[in-house]
Design a protein. Structure first.
Lengths: 97, 513
């Protein structure tokens, strides 16, 4: 699977969390990531890498992602991204268990 | 050139002049004479009472390029700075230097006055809010001078900060210029930070909304130093001046840190009769006082004094006999005001008395223990309390560097991780307080002792405290949060950070857009 079926969201705007919104992108658009973070200067690259790594591992290529980060740790970022993908129908539920 | 803590300080800074690099906390000795303002006289029957600020401006007269000073006891409720600057703008005055001991969000109108050239320089000890943000973005051509509370008093007394006109926000005054801070609708308690201004400025103006019959009593700032008195409708908003009561934090991490800090004090051996103490009003700092108090009660210890900004919590400790005296340079809540007005053991002290390094002894020198905060601390124990994680100015030393230099033991309390950001870094973005004056860092995951204090480290280990190397704590945080990238700063200097002795400890550079 290379895209997502529907728009979905995971996470909150609480401190220490990240809110991930995923929508399908036009084919061949690639991964379009819009990132907003309170620690953009210190962890912007790391957050972006983490999200892209999850997408790549799931074989997602054409997608639009908006991430609003409130200082989430790596494990949280991975979990929220995976959950958003699951809700978007891009990841099988079993993969999340 | 590099100063004693390895910060790169230009020899000449545009809009500031020649710099003297920081050489060590006690390496610089004074060689100057004290500042002496012009001698004045006033005849019997001559009135000091003016109808408006405008009249004061014309009478003095206030002209382009002068330095106007203000104190910050009204904090975010201050109305005087905005009123005076509005008057200056109305009269078409340009190029003023504003020496305001702390800048708060309420001072946002200053930005317009900077844009219009009314204000062209700023000298302060702490700044937060819109003005601090605008300064960080380079709104002022000249760099802001950031001093410590003791350093400002020193600069005024030693003739390095020459004040043409000091405006004293006066909660109560009489028509001959006697002032106190404990009466009237805008009562703020101690007026300590205004004392150097009143003593050394060329002209002193009392601005009040509570004019009482002569003579006012008690007197904090006397008629002998005040040129003019102006009555205005309202000097400030009492809600922004004081808080109702100051509460102990309920945050479990903050409490854990405070508990460990109190145990550090106990283990140091200083917690005995005669104990002297300073702590802030925020989070873990005030909570530390709470745990220290329990220990003092349990062991039946009577302390000598608590110092600095005073909260109701310290007042309660005074009233319960846990401290014999309070030395108050600034009151934070209604209890502090009530107490300083009524209790002779609650002393009002000036900024010089509190913290100036260049006189015959300031109160911080007599401190056993001070508890301080930090936005960043580096592995050399240098502390940043000026710039936030985004590189924008959000504070300043205030009394931080002063108390750290004076106290026998200086303890920094901080969460190892603030949000995702580790508090310990290789190199703080802006150094405010030199590591040689910081003895212990207390976090929720362990306690680090400055290698200069091996004596203390042994005591803490013997008491079973979780002592770790500061580098060890740093890697622990980075294991959880990842290693942060450093902020990229540009070349332009927006603020010069002066150590309390007048040497330059660091500069704040504008961020790359």
């Amino acid at each position: 699977m290379s895209g997502v079926l529907k728009t979905a969201q995971a996470g909150t705007l609480e401190s220490g969390d990240i809110m991930i919104t995923i929508a399908s992108g036009p084919s061949d658009s690639g991964i379009v990531l819009e990132l907003d973070s309170i620690v953009l200067a210190q962890y912007g690259k790391a957050i972006s890498q983490t999200i892209r790594a999850v997408l790549t591992a799931q074989g997602i290529t054409d997608v639009y992602i908006k991430a609003v980060d409130r200082g989430a740790l790596d494990c949280t970022i991975k979990a929220r991204t995976l959950t958003a993908l699951g809700r978007a129908g891009a990841v099988l539920k079993e993969d999340l268990v | 050139m590099k100063n004693a803590i390895g910060r790169e300080i230009p020899e000449l800074i545009d809009g500031f002049g020649q710099t003297v690099p920081f050489a060590g906390a006690f390496q610089t000795t004074p060689t100057m004479q004290r500042q002496a303002p012009k001698v004045k006289t006033i005849r019997p029957g001559q009135s000091k009472l003016m109808d408006s600020l405008e009249e004061v401006f014309k009478k003095i007269p206030i002209t382009d390029g002068m330095t106007l000073s203000f104190h910050h006891h009204f904090r975010n409720g201050d109305g005087v700075v905005n009123m005076v600057l509005e008057t200056a703008a109305k009269l078409g005055i340009k190029g003023l230097k504003i020496a305001l001991s702390s800048v708060f969000p309420v001072h946002a109108p200053m930005i317009e006055h900077i844009k219009n050239g009314v204000v062209t320089a700023l000298d302060t000890n702490y700044m937060s809010g819109p003005v601090a943000q605008a300064v960080s973005k380079g709104i002022l051509e000249k760099p802001v001078i950031l001093r410590t509370h003791g350093g400002r008093a020193r600069a005024i007394e030693c003739g390095q900060l020459n004040i043409d006109v000091a405006f004293i926000a006066a909660p109560a005054a009489d028509d001959y210029g006697n002032i106190n801070g404990v009466q009237g609708p805008a009562a703020c308690g101690s007026l300590g930070y205004a004392f150097p201004d009143a003593e050394f400025a060329s002209n002193v103006v009392a601005v009040t909304d509570h004019l009482v019959e002569y003579p006012l009593s008690p007197v904090s700032i006397p008629q002998t130093r005040v040129d003019y008195v102006v009555k205005v409708e309202r000097v400030g908003d009492p809600k922004g001046i004081v808080s109702g009561t100051t509460r102990i934090t309920k945050d479990p991490v903050g409490l854990k840190i405070a508990d460990a800090a109190a145990r550090v004090i106990e283990a140091s051996g200083l917690l005995k009769d005669g104990f002297s103490f300073q702590t802030g009003a925020g989070g873990a700092s005030l909570a530390t006082a709470h745990f220290v108090r329990q220990m003092m009660e349990r062991k039946n210890i009577t302390g000598s004094f608590a110092l600095g900004g005073i909260t109701g919590y310290m007042v309660e400790m005074l009233e319960k006999g846990l401290f014999k005296k309070l030395m108050d340079v600034q009151g934070f809540d209604l209890d502090a005001i009530r107490s300083i007005a009524a209790n002779p053991n609650h002393m009002e002290i000036s900024a010089n008395f509190y913290a100036s390094p260049f006189n015959n002894g300031c109160a911080v020198n007599k401190l056993d223990v001070v508890i301080l905060g930090a936005t960043e601390i580096d592995t050399d124990f240098n502390v940043n309390v000026v710039t936030g994680s985004d590189g924008v100015i959000m504070g300043g030393s205030g009394g931080h560097a002063d108390a750290a230099a004076g106290a026998s033991i200086t303890i920094v309390v901080a969460n190892l991780l603030r949000g995702r950001l580790p508090i310990i870094v290789d190199r703080v973005l802006t150094a405010t307080t030199p590591g040689e004056t910081i003895d212990v860092l207390v976090t929720e995951r362990g306690v680090a002792v400055n290698p200069r204090r091996s004596d203390l480290k042994e005591k803490l280990l013997a008491a079973g405290l979780p002592v770790k190397e500061i580098a060890e704590l740093k890697s622990e945080a980075e294991r959880i949060a990842g290693v942060p990238d450093s902020l990229v700063t540009g070349e332009r200097i927006v603020a010069v950070v002066e150590y309390r002795d007048g040497t330059i400890i660091d500069v704040v550079r504008q961020l790359e857009e």
